[in-house]
Design a protein around this ligand. Structure first.
Ligand code: AMP
Length: 391
């Protein structure tokens, strides 16, 4: 079928259910409304921020019966939150179209199976050991050495559920600190910088990637993204090959992110997010078709949009509380995103994306904004842009 015929055949407004009602769901709804898609949200929290844009059903992620009832009249079920219990997902699969497929969600829910899957694909990961007992913890630290990071196998994100180990004598306390739950101990990677690749694959196997994005974290939480990252063509091609390899191996449908550490001219994969990702927010204004729209196109069986960059883009994450909106709104070509959440420590409450014709122009605009209304993310972004302009 030609692209036009496909679009014709899909004209009826599809109904999409999103499991998880946070800011990712909210931005999916914002981009999908323009395509004529209709949405329903499922989240345990009655004040989930996507619930102001689409009907919200409240229920636990582990409640398979409630999720089944929610999903019954949908055309497709997708996610802004990937940690839905595998057993719940298994109960849904027979009756409902789910994208991305639950097998990939289950794989990424457990850091051990995730690392093993990537290693099997020939993608470098930090040397690691599974840890389930204090003795295994001691052995892992003896074998891999220090410094290292102990991470819970499940439910860790934004630096939560992990602790650094600097001495062999810290091994047992570190394991106890994470509640003696099943963990992975991994070597600390001596990276020069953190990069991510957003990519999307459609039902018919069309694959596209966005250019590599450079990310700066603050206390384990993403603070700044700059795209396109300045890299060699070889590094960009390597990241794209890894992403395509992962997408094809898992028959992936939708947008996903791979988070890398750069070590010299190699990439070490830290983790995969089987969903749209914070480090791709810049694509709303900075790319021809955003990660959100491309995810929806993919899961709806529509042709993918271009992932080409319109302009160099800088994303500043607002964590904990929003800065004063007015100086931000006064900057030309700055997009202000307020997720409608109340302020809370370590909570992502919004972001700004600044676009300009060059890194120099981005830097000038950012410096002016910082003079007027300094923010911590802005300061980190100044440091990053300085490295680009004055290496
Ligand atoms: P994660 O929860 O795995 O995404 O980790 C959050 C952040 O901790 C990463 O973005 C890195 O800044 C840092 N980190 C995690 N694992 C490692 C590692 N093996 N080596 C160095 N830094 C790490």
């Amino acid at each position: 079928m030609s692209g036009e015929a496909q679009i014709e055949a899909k004209k009826t407004a599809l109904s999409i259910g999103i499991v998880g009602g946070g800011q990712l769901a909210r931005m999916l709804v914002l981009s999908g409304a323009r395509l004529g898609l209709r949405f329903k949200i499922y989240d345990p929290a009655p004040d989930a921020c996507a619930g102001t844009l689409a009907p919200l059903t409240c229920g636990a992620f582990a409640d398979a019966t409630a999720l089944l009832a929610f999903a019954r009249d949908l055309d497709v079920l997708t996610f802004d939150f990937e940690n839905v219990p595998a057993s719940t997902l298994a109960a849904l699969t027979d009756d409902i179209k789910i994208a991305p497929n639950p097998a990939v969600l289950a794989m990424t829910q457990d850091r051990l199976s995730e690392k093993a899957a990537f290693a099997a694909l020939g993608i470098p990961v930090a040397p690691f050991r599974a840890v389930s007992t204090p003795l295994q913890m001691l052995q892992a630290v003896q074998e891999l050495g220090v410094p290292g990071i102990l991470k819970t196998r499940t439910l860790g994100y934004d630096g939560k559920g992990q602790t650094r180990v600097d001495k062999l004598s810290d091994a047992e306390t570190a394991f106890a600190r994470l509640g003696l739950s099943p963990c992975v101990y991994e070597q600390l990677v001596p990276f020069s910088r953190e990069l991510s690749m957003l990519a999307v694959r459609s039902e018919n196997g069309d694959f596209r990637s966005y250019p590599l994005t450079e990310n700066v974290h603050d206390a384990g939480i993403l603070a700044v993204s700059l795209a396109p990252a300045r890299t060699t063509p070889e590094l960009a091609a390597l990241a794209e090959a890894y992403a395509q390899n992962v997408a094809e191996r898992f028959n992936y449908v939708g947008t996903f992110a791979l988070e890398f550490f750069q070590v010299a001219e190699a990439l070490v994969l830290n983790e995969m997010a089987p969903r749209v990702h914070n480090s791709g927010h810049w694509s709303i204004e900075g790319a021809e078709c955003s990660q959100f729209e491309n995810h929806l196109r993919a899961v709806s069986g529509l042709p993918l949009g271009s992932t080409a960059v319109r302009q160099p883009s800088l994303m500043l994450n607002w964590v904990g509380e929003l800065p004063n909106a007015l100086p931000q709104l006064a900057v030309a070509n700055l997009a202000w995103h307020d997720y409608g959440k109340s302020a809370r420590s370590a909570r992502k409450v919004g972001h700004s994306t600044l676009c300009a014709e060059s890194f120099e122009a981005l830097s000038l605009k950012l410096d002016a904004l910082q003079r007027q209304s300094p923010t911590r993310a802005g300061g980190l972004a100044q440091g990053l842009l300085n490295r680009y302009l004055r290496p």
